[in-house]
Every structure is written in C-alpha cells, then in structure tokens.
Design a protein. Structure first.
Lengths: 837, 525
C-alpha cells in the first residue's frame, strides 16, 4: 500500500510538477530547444518516479524502482548538457554528448551488476543502500557533465546572448539538483532523499521561469483548462495529505471509532476552504499574476472615459491603462482621418508624427479589414501580405517598437489601431493579457468614435470643405488674437491668387477647377510648416501667415510654392495645364498695425505682380506703386515681341502651303465678323480675332509629310494631325497676354453634337467663341482649293453649313453667319487667297 | 526578427517556407497590389532624387498610369553618367554596394549598378528562396540546412553573383567549397576546379553556377579526362563509401563514371542564358534537375523556377514588371523612333513573346529599364505546383546581341572589328545563334573570295575575336568547345541581296526568312 510519509510525499510532488512541466512543453509551440529540454524533464520524471515508488511496496520491488531512479539519475546530466549545447548553438561538441550516452550505458551496466549500489532495501519506510565503486565513478562523470552544462549556460549569459533574468532561476535550480545528487554519496543523507527535495525545488523554479520569464521562449499560452487541472491536482494532493495525515495522527493517538474520527476531524475540514482559497490565489498569481490588477485598471479606465468627451484625454488614458496593465514599454494609438491613420498619442518620445503614418493602402489596414484580430511582429516579417511594405513604413514599425498591433473596431469600421511594444521585462505576452487588451479597446471604441465626431464637427466649422485649409472666419479670429495678444512680434501675410483661374474653369469645367484648387492647397500645405496659418480666403485666393519671418525670408518661402505650382501645372507634361500663382507679401508691423491694413498691402503687392505679367511673388514696398517703371516698359516690350513672333509663326505655317496661305487671317476676320454680328463685346471680338490668327499654331509640330499629304490620312496620321489642337495650347499657354485665347483655340474642332475633339464636349459646354471660330474655320477650309479638289463656291459652302447646323455647328451662330453672307457683309473683311468668291 | 540560420536551428520549417516561399501562394490580384504599392513608393523616392527627377520629367507623377504614360523607356545610356561616376548623392537611396558587369556594345567597358541596404537584403532573400526551392519536392517541404556544403561556381566580386557568399553569411551557415577566403585568391576556372576537387573529398549539397560549367564537368567525368589517378582522401565516411563505390564501378565493372556516382546534391541552382538547353544533360550527369533562377546585375533576382522546374515565377517585390509585346517590338524594329507600348504582368498571355522592362523597386536607380531579355509566357498558372501566377520561360537576349552560354555577349562591333583587323577580303557578313545538339553555336556567314582554306579563314577571325573579348576566350577555355561556325557564301551574295530587297540584311540575328533569301542569293549568284 502507498503510504504517504515525509519520505514519499516529496518525490510525489516532484513527480507531479515534472509531469506538469512536460505537459506544458508538449502543449505549447514546440521548437528544437523545448524538445531537448523535454528530454531532460523526462529523465527527471524517471528519477522522481523511481524515488517515489522505491519507498512504497508497489511491486515488483524497491530494488527495481531504485534502479529506475538511477536510470533517471545517470541520464539527467548528459541530457542537460545536450540541452545547454543546443541553447548555445554549440554543434561542434556533439561528440561530448555521444560519449555521455556511452558512459550512461556503462553506468547502467554497473547498476544492474550491483556495482553501483548494493543492499538496497526499505526499512521502516526509510530507504537504505550501500555504495559500491561504480557510484564514485558515476559521481565524477555526472558532476563533470552537470558542471559543464552549467558553465555552458552561464557562458551564454556572460556573452549577453541570453538575459540573466530569463535563466537565473533555472541555473539556481540545476545547481540544487547537482548538489542534491552529490549528497547521495553520503548514505546517511541519501536515505532522507535530499536529492529529490532539491529536484522538487528545481521543478518549481523551472515552472516559474517558463510561466513568468518565458524561459525557452516558448510562446506559452497557458490555457485555462491546463491551469485548472494543475489547480485541481494540487487541491487533491493537499486534501489527501491533510485527510490521510489526520487519520494517521488520530490512529496513533488510539482513536479508532469512525464516529470519533469524524467528530475530531470536523475542525480540520473547516480549514479546507481557506486552504483552497490560498491555493487558488497562488495558482492565479503564478499564471495570471496581473489579472486582478487588470480588473482594477479596467474599472478605473471605464470611469475616466465616461466622464469626458476630450479625444486627447481619452486616448491618453487608454495609452496609460494599456502600458500599466500589460507592463509594456511603449504604447501608441493611431486614429483614422480622411486619408490615413495618424498618431494621436504615444509614450515614445520624439516620434515624428508626420512621417509615421499608416495609409489606407497599408498592409496592416488590409490585414485588419480582412477580419483578422491581432497582428504580431512575426506576421509583419514573414507573412507574404507584408511584402508590399514601404521601406519608410518598415522604419516606422521599428521606430514604434512594434511587437503587437490591435485594431480599434467600431461597427465593422477600422477606427484606429494600437501599437504595443515588448514588455519591460522582455517576456512575451500571454493569452489573458490579450483578452484584457481586447476588453479595454472594446470599451474605448465607441467613446473614441463619439469624441472623434465631436472633434470633426469642431474642425468642420473652422475649415474650408474643399481644400481643408482654415476658413475666413477662423483666420480672422486667430489673426486678430495674434494681434491682440501680441503672440508674435512680427509675421508676414502672403496673398496667393491663382492666375487665369476663370479661364481654366470655363475651359475644363468647375470640377476640374476644384481639383486644381485642391491640388494647389495640397502644395501649400506640403511646403509650409505646422506653425504657419493656411487659409482659403476666397474663390481662388489663399492666405498664408508666416509667424516670425518677414521680407526676404518670407519671399523665399513663398517662392517655393510659386515654383512648385509652376512645375506641377505650367511646366508639367500635361499640356492642358497652364495655371500659375501670383503672390503679394506684406508684414506686421512694418506694413500695418491692423489686420485690414496688412491684408490690403499684400493684396496691393499681389495686384502689382499680376500687372508685371503674373506668376510672380512680390514683397510689398511703398514704392512699388502702380505707376509704370522703366522695367515694366521693357518687360512689356519683350512680351509684345513674343506676341508678334507668335503671329509671325502662325503666318509662316499658312505660307508653308499656298493652298492654306492666308487661312489664319481669314479665320480671324470671319470670326470677328460673326462675333460682331452676334453683338459680342469689343474685348471678346478682339480675343476671337487673336484666336483665329493663332488657332493652327500647333501645326508647327506636325510632320511635313502629314501636313501636306495629298490623299486621305491613315488613322495613325489622323491622330497626329488632331494633336495640333493641344499643341497649339502648349505654345500659347506660356504667353501671358494670349492666355484668353486658350479656351477658344482648344474648342475649334469641337462639334455641337459632342463628337469633336480633343475633349468631345458638346452644345453650350463649348465656349461660345469656340463655336464661332469652328464655323469660320470650316467655312474657310471648304472654300479653299486643294490639290485634289477645287474649293467650294460660296453657295455650296453655305449649303454645307446649313446642312450641318445643330450637328457640327451651333445653329444660332450659323444663322447669324449666313445672314452676314446674305447681306453681303462678307465683302467687308477682305479674304486672302480665295478666288472662288 | 530571426534569420534563416536561427529558424533552421529551431526547426521552424513552416515559418521558413512562409517567409521565403510564401509569395508562391499569392493570387495574381495580390501580386499586382504589391507591385503597384511598391511602385508608388519608388516613384516617391525617385521624385526626391536628382536622377529620379531627370527620368520622371517635370510635373508630379502620382499614379501608375501617369508613370507609364509619361516616363520614357530607358537603356543604360540614360544612367551611365550618374552611375559610372558613382554619384551616390543623385540616387534615390544610398548605395551599399556597386555591382559591376560588362557593357557589351556600350560606350564604356563596364556597367555599374547601385545596391542599397534594403535591396541587398531583398536580393539575398530571393536568392535563398531559389536555394530552398531547389531542395524542395513539394510545397512546404525542403531539405536545405545549416552547414550544407555549397559548391559555388559563380563570378567573383564585384559581379552580382560574387556577392552572394558574403551577403549570405549573415543569414545562414554554409560551408563553401572552396572557402570564400581561398576563392578570393583564385581565378574563375581555378575556383571551379578546386571546388570540385573539394566536393569529391567532402561531398556537396548545393551548387550554384552556370549550367554550361556543370555540363562541362559532367563530360569530363564521363570521358575520364579529369582523372589524374591521384589518390582521393575522403573527409567523411559517407563520401568514403561513395568513392569506393565509384572506384568499383570504374575499375572493376569498367563502367563510365558519372558525377552522380560521387555527388548527391540536394539542390542545384543555375543561372545563365542557356540553362534550359542544358537541363537534361545536367540531370543525366548529376541525377538532379537544376532549378533555374533568372536575374541580372541591374535587375537583381527577377524570377525563379519552382519544384516542378517548369516555368519561372516572378518575385513580386524586387522589380515592377512591364512587358513589350512582340508586335510592338516589330514596330520598333521597322521604325527606330517608334516608342513601343508595354503591358503589365496581369495582361500577359500564354504563348506570346515579350521583352522585359523593369523598374527597380526599393530605392533602385533603374526606371522603365530595358534589360534586354526576351521571355515567353507559357501559362497563366503552374497547375502542377498549384501556383496561381503567370509563368514564363527565358528565351534569349534581345536580338542585337548573341549570348553564348552566359559567358559572353557577342556584338555587331566585336565581329565587325575582328573581320576588319583580320584583313580578310570579306564582302558582307551576318551572324546568328544556332542551338546545336549539346551547346549553342555562333554561325558567322560571310561572302568573298579567299585564297586560303575555309578553316584558316575561320581561325583568323576566331583568333581576333578571342583577343578582343576575353569572355569569348573563356568559352573555349572553360567549355573546351569551339562556338564559331563559319559559312562562306559566293562573292557578291550580300550585294545581290541588297539589290533585290533594297536593304542590307541585319548583321546580328537576322530573321529566318532573310537567311533563306540570302542563301537563295548565293545559289543563284
């Protein structure tokens, strides 16, 4: 019968503990190291099993179990060395382990030939034995191996390849085992099984190291079931010990009657509940040490977030609660705005919040949006989804010390995410902590969403919807405050006005105009700093307030914006873009003491820039009056020279071919005549006349063989030919004085029914002067002689115009034009090279 | 983050497969997402550098469409000034290494390509993917391990393949045959010889080199020409048994010895343009089919074969891939000024031929760069290996260069100059590559009247070519085979061709039809 005595109890506890460790190893994620450690634990189990059973009368015999003990005893040091070599990646010394195996076999032979111990027997529950020479041989060998294993491990710690924190308890435990084993050489001490007491201690230390210090780096997620089992075993053993010991004590006192026994034991049973509570607490502390603390943190956090609507305060509390509850080094919260996730709160110092952003296309966002819950750093390194990470994003992940990322989900929307670093003690997170994190975030999500909404309403009221810059009202409030509080000793105001924006809008429509406004606002935001105040002041006007800089410095800053707009629009490969900006700059307090004064000065400077030919940045000066300077005159002459050269070029193109000679001036004259008859303003008549002269200027870029090809053009050639329209724009957009002609020229091949080119727009969408020039152009072309046909007569041409009225041409304008012809007004503009009428 | 060495120690094979070969699980859509996302990063990096700004042109490029419409296709000339002068400050990212290659047909003798730290890391990873795949027989399974003996038969530093042993050192422990220290002191040929001697003694697990070199070694074994009858001391019992068995086979059974009698490679990775041609021979000699990796100095690793060794799969995150379809190539051939249009990876179609255009990702310098390689799409997926990505086969270099076994690239200039210097009265000439039974040839067709024997004419030109191009000389030295085949046509044949067809025949790789026409001209001359 198994009698639990002080001699059998300790080996039993040791056995249970080692079995428990083995179960942990088998149920956690295995690696080579944990496998090697597993073998060591198995040897320890054999040792404890032998030690326990040899002290009982369980068959076959005490001697048999004693030998089982020795099998464990002699294999432990070798397996320990194997483990330590594996831990230190010392693969070249495998032979030492192999020799160890051979020696273990040799020692076992000694055991079974009674040359190790002899005369092993159980006397009154005490196990006794005599030592033979084999035991001394074994002592030398086994101590040697154990010490070597310990030294190898300590060496790894010394070389800083492993943290002392992680292994110190294991090293202490193993040292105990070595000492305990050596003490067996003394048969007096040996009979009390001190070795097994030390083994038990070792088991406790290992269990603790695995669960708290993540020894072996096995990502231990102690499942609740496992910890419950452990709890139940301990409970059972404790109850059994109490019950059996009490019974034995009572028996030794001579209490034999059942009724008495029950009576005497009643108070003992009363002790069981407090004992259960203690055990429960200890087990919980062991595996879920933080749980109670975490519950408190949760309560505290809930009360905080329910008492505020400040987003900053909420996120700050969340960061602190997580850091405290998980004992994390760093926590960072990112929240969603219109185009990215940005850092709202972090415990990391000096983080560049502008660089460390997460775009919507970021693989982390894809990961969470696909329904996955938690992201570990190992996923980021190994999962193929993260192959698309940008280098900068990788750096951000590193900079934020990312160990795990948890999503903040609210109603299936990824509201934000929380990036958590490793723990202060460098141990991995356990399952219950992740549960805690999720609970905390779930509690926070709705509150965050709410606070965000309130904040976004606040922001909306002070920003311009389209450009996301501040609006007029906010500007006035803030700038006035600057002046009242004397926030800055000095600052500059830049009035940025987009040149020719009306033409752009007319030409490409308001939606394109809005896109351009947004793009320019983006450029301004990009090039300015956080301390600058950016405002959409009016339709196409922006204001920038630069604190603490004036004059040249401010000019340098604004020049960057002007140049960037020029590069992105006027000089871009997209030839349809022609926008530029003109900027006027004034400063406080030099140019004025009130806001109105300063703004009016910058406005003045801006208008001066416009007069100087646009695409300029001008600092306000008392003397940059509107009066013309010599410079201006020179500039104007240069511009006039440009214009003349363009006209000359247009004429040259016509003259290349005697058939088209005079075409441009004819179109100019005809267009002007139509415009006049349609009662357009004088300015418009002049613009359409210029447009007529220039409308084919893009043909300068069309190869000669296509331009003068006698037959029908192929599809490819036709495409090239059609490109002359956009090429015309590309030439003209660089001449400020001619910009007004752009909408007309770009429309001269559009058709009223929308089947024209290049834009394919129809009806009223075609600028009216464009519709005028289309008629004039077609009419002149029809009446021109060609190598393969003679030009149409006036009547034929009129017939054609009427025929295509409403499809190709604006019907009203055709009527006006036909009317001119009918009235014989056509003779007024003298047409060149048109012998047919 | 654990490296391969540590993961191997932990026997974390699933994780290794995921990290290195996970891209084989991508769908085409996911592949394109990675491509496009990384291109946007690259555009951003380019727009901040001087070279990038020059290549992208004025204005902001924000979308992939913009990029493809506005940025021109490039060749090395566009980079020569910046790269050959190593102007690091003008590049999108700081180079860690400058990798060199020869620039055949270029203004300067060499080309240089910058590799940033991230690019080196990525390239290492791709190379390891290929190595792992070469030891794999099915998805998720591979036998590559730490301390594998690695017979490394590639070029030395500063060539791209020369970097591998150095960059791999941080990732995994291989035993190189010969060791890198020893290899540095040896020539290319010596290294291969010493390497194989060591491999015979120690055994070898992995090989990376040119397919042609492997075939040459196989041939030498079979013919017995490499046996110097010296005693070989094996350095481990396993190899001792192999040597004994081989000795028995050769001496007692009097059978021919093959390399597979002495080596048991886990994996062979081959580069070089004629890899496909040599595959069956390598299998015959070494008992294992080589795995082809495709890449180059400017592009780094581009694609790799998988365990079925049937079709290359592209790496998603090294280069942004564009393809010039065959009809566009033809248009360009007809009109030099024509700008060919490209299509993307998700648009290529089985059976069609494409020229590859790459934009180096992760801060590389090359933008819409024509590396000059032609490939054929062989399917939209690899059914056998269950890979849902389009598969390609490498065909050859673009037509104006003749590549021989990956050793050298023969240009119009080299042949033209050699003929000129030889002083022979050659009227006209054209040259093209022919695939012989076991190896590729260069067929040089000339016309003229010669007083000397045909063989002498051939030798005269051949010697000049060897003198002028040391790589061409290596083909003889290394492979021991004469790649130059000479065809002499009747005097005036080329002139007649021009009279008849109003154009000269293309000097390098004329199309088959033109060659036939030329032969007809000779017959009727």
């Amino acid at each position: 019968m198994v009698v639990l005595t002080q001699y059998t109890l300790i080996p039993l506890i040791s056995l249970i503990l080692y079995i428990f460790i083995l179960v942990i190893l088998l149920t956690s994620n295995k690696n080579k190291l944990s496998n090697a450690f597993g073998w060591y634990i198995i040897a320890m189990i054999v040792w404890s099993l032998g030690s326990f059973l040899m002290k009982t009368d369980i068959p076959p015999s005490s001697l048999f179990w004693h030998r089982v003990l020795i099998i464990g005893f002699v294999t432990v040091p070798v397996l320990l060395l194997r483990f330590s070599y594996m831990m230190s990646e010392n693969y070249t010394k495998k032979w030492v382990v192999y020799i160890g195996y051979a020696m273990s076999v040799f020692l076992l032979i000694l055991v079974y030939t009674d040359n190790f111990t002899s005369n092993a027997r159980l006397e009154n529950g005490v196990f006794k034995y005599d030592l033979e020479y084999g035991a001394y041989v074994a002592a030398v060998i086994l101590t040697g191996y154990s010490v070597l294993a310990l030294l190898t491990m300590m060496n790894k710690v010394r070389k800083k390849e492993m943290s002392i924190k992680k292994v110190r308890l294991v090293i202490i435990g193993i040292t105990f085992v070595v000492i305990g084993g050596a003490l067996n050489l003394n048969t007096f001490l040996g009979q009390y099984g001190i070795d097994i007491l030390f083994n038990t201690l070792n088991a406790v230390l290992i269990t603790y190291s695995i669960s708290r210090n993540k020894f072996l780096e096995i990502n231990l997620v102690v499942k609740r079931g496992l910890s419950f089992s452990f709890y139940n075993i301990i409970l059972y053993v404790s109850y059994a010990i109490i019950g059996i010991s009490s019974y034995q004590i009572l028996s030794s006192w001579g209490v034999e009657k059942i009724s008495y026994i029950i009576l005497y034991m009643a108070p003992i049973f009363l002790l069981l509940e407090p004992l259960r509570k203690i055990i429960h607490k200890v087990i919980n502390k062991l595996f879920y040490g933080y749980v109670t603390d975490q519950q408190n943190i949760l309560k505290e956090f809930s009360s905080i977030i329910n008492s505020t609507i400040s987003l900053d305060f909420i996120t700050d509390s969340l960061v602190k609660s997580i850091a405290k509850g998980l004992d994390s080094k760093d926590v960072t919260i990112l929240l969603k705005n219109t185009n990215k996730y940005y850092i709202v709160n972090t415990t990391i110092e000096n983080v560049d919040k502008d660089i460390h952003i997460i775009r919507f296309s970021h693989p982390i966002v894809t990961w969470f949006n696909s329904g996955k819950k938690l992201l570990l750093s190992s996923h980021i390194h190994n999962d193929v989804l993260f192959k698309g990470l940008w280098d900068q994003e990788r750096k951000a992940i590193t900079a934020l010390n990312t160990e795990l990322v948890s999503p903040i989900m609210y109603q299936d929307d990824l509201l934000g995410m929380i990036i958590i670093s490793g723990r202060n003690d460098d141990t991995p997170y356990i399952y219950s902590e992740i549960e805690f994190l999720e609970t905390l975030i779930n509690n926070a999500a709705a509150i965050i969403e709410n606070a965000k909404t309130i904040e976004s309403i606040k922001i909306q009221s002070i920003t311009d919807e389209l450009t996301k810059l501040y609006n007029h009202r906010y500007f006035h409030d803030t700038a006035s405050k600057w002046l009242d509080d004397e926030t800055y000793k000095t600052f500059s105001v830049a009035m940025v006005d987009i040149d020719q924006f009306k033409i752009y809008n007319d030409l490409y429509g308001h939606s394109a105009g809005d896109t351009a406004l947004k793009k320019i606002a983006e450029i301004i935001s990009e090039i300015t700093s956080d301390s600058d105040l950016l405002v959409r002041y009016g339709g196409e006007e922006f204001l920038i307030l630069y604190p603490n800089i004036v004059g040249k410095e401010a000019l340098n800053e604004i020049e960057k914006i002007r140049v960037k707009v020029e590069e992105d629009f006027l000089l871009s490969r997209d030839i349809k873009e022609f926008l530029t900006v003109t900027v006027g700059i004034s400063s406080y307090p030099k140019d004025g003491k009130t806001l109105e004064e300063i703004i009016s000065k910058s406005d003045e400077a801006m208008h001066y820039g416009k007069k100087m030919g646009r695409n300029k940045a001008i600092v306000y000066r008392e003397d940059n009056s509107i009066d013309r300077t010599i410079d201006d005159e020179v500039n104007e002459k240069i511009r006039d020279a440009h214009v003349s050269s363009i006209y000359a070029l247009a004429a040259t193109i016509d003259a290349k071919d005697h058939y088209t000679y005079g075409h441009s001036s004819n179109v100019a004259a005809l267009s002007a005549a139509i415009a006049k008859a349609a009662n357009f303003e004088d300015a418009d008549i002049e613009i359409v006349r210029s447009a007529g002269l220039l409308h084919d200027i893009g043909k300068v870029g069309i190869p000669e063989h296509i331009l003068s090809k006698p037959g029908v053009l192929t599809d490819d050639e036709m495409e090239i030919m059609k490109s002359h329209v956009v090429q015309s724009i590309n030439i003209i957009k660089h001449i400020p004085n001619l910009l007004e002609t752009v909408p007309i020229i770009i429309s001269h091949h559009e058709r009223y029914d929308g089947y024209g080119y290049p834009r394919g727009i129809g009806g009223e969408k075609i600028p009216v002067l464009g519709r005028v020039i289309a008629i004039a152009d077609a009419f002149d072309a029809m009446t021109t002689d060609r190598p393969y046909r003679k030009g149409l007569s006036l009547e034929q041409a009129v017939y054609e115009l009427n025929k295509h009225k409403g499809t190709q041409f604006d019907p009203d304008l055709v009527d006006i034009f036909v009317n001119i012809i009918d009235q014989g007004v056509l003779s007024t503009p003298t047409l060149e090279n048109r012998p047919s009428f | 983050m654990k490296n391969l060495r540590e993961m191997l120690l932990d026997e974390d094979y699933d994780k290794i497969w995921k990290a290195y070969c996970g891209f084989l699980d991508l769908t085409l859509e996911e592949f394109m997402q990675i491509q496009k996302r990384l291109l946007l990063e690259q555009i951003d990096l380019l727009s901040k550098s001087k070279l990038g700004k020059e290549l992208l042109g004025p204005g902001r490029i924000q979308t992939i469409e913009d990029f493809r419409n506005k940025v021109p296709l490039t060749k090395y000339e566009a980079y020569a000034d910046t790269l050959l002068n190593k102007r690091s400050e003008d590049l999108p990212s700081e180079p860690l290494h400058w990798v060199q290659t020869t620039w055949k047909g270029g203004d300067k003798p060499i080309k240089l390509a910058p590799y940033s730290k991230v690019m080196v890391e990525e390239h290492t990873k791709m190379f390891l993917s290929s190595l792992i795949l070469s030891t794999s027989k099915k998805r998720g399974q591979f036998t590559l391990r730490n301390f594998d003996k690695f017979l490394y038969g590639m070029a030395p530093l500063p060539y791209l393949t020369g970097f591998a042993p150095y960059i791999l050192k941080n990732e995994v422990d291989f035993k190189y045959l010969p060791s890198t220290d020893q290899a540095e002191k040896l020539s290319f040929k010596e290294r291969n010889l010493v390497g194989f001697d060591l491999a015979v003694r120690k055994g070898a697990d992995l090989f990376f080199g040119l397919s042609s070199v492997l075939v040459k070694i196989g041939e030498a074994f079979e013919s017995g020409s490499n046996s110097k009858n010296k005693l070989i001391w094996p350095s481990n019992p396993k190899q001792a048994i192999k040597i004994l068995k081989a000795g028995y086979k050769k001496k007692i059974k009097k059978q021919k010895l093959l390399p597979k009698d002495l080596f048991e490679f886990k994996g062979i990775v081959c580069g070089g343009t004629d890899s496909d041609t040599y595959k069956s021979q390598i299998e015959h000699y070494f008992g294992i089919t080589p795995l082809e990796i495709f890449g180059g100095t400017e592009s780094a690793a581009v694609a790799t074969e998988t365990w079925s060794r049937n079709g290359l799969t592209f790496f998603p995150d090294v280069n942004f891939l564009e393809f010039i379809p065959e009809e566009e190539m033809k248009k360009e051939l007809e009109n030099e000024k024509y700008i060919p249009k490209t299509i993307l990876f998700d648009e290529i179609q089985p059976g069609n031929i494409y020229e590859l255009v790459i934009t180096k990702l992760r801060g590389g310098a090359f933008v819409r760069y024509r590396i000059g390689d032609i490939m054929r799409c062989i399917g939209l997926e690899n059914v056998e290996d269950k890979i849902a990505l389009p598969q390609v086969k490498y065909i050859d270099r673009v037509n104006n260069i003749i590549d021989l076994s990956g050793f050298t690239r023969i240009t119009k200039q080299l042949i033209g100059d050699s003929i000129k210097i030889s002083g022979l009265p050659v009227g006209g000439w054209t040259a093209y590559k022919e695939i012989g039974e076991t190896s590729p040839y260069l067929n040089l067709v000339i016309d003229g009247k010669f007083d000397i024997e045909k063989e002498e004419v051939r030798n005269s030109i051949n010697n000049q070519m060897k003198l002028m191009d040391s790589d061409y000389n290596d083909v003889h030295a290394m492979l021991g085979h004469e790649p130059l085949k000479l065809t002499i046509l009747k005097e005036g044949t080329f002139r007649k061709f021009k009279e008849l067809y109003k154009t000269d025949i293309t000097k390098i790789n004329p199309n088959g039809e033109d060659v036939q026409k030329l032969m007809l001209c000779s017959d009727t001359n």
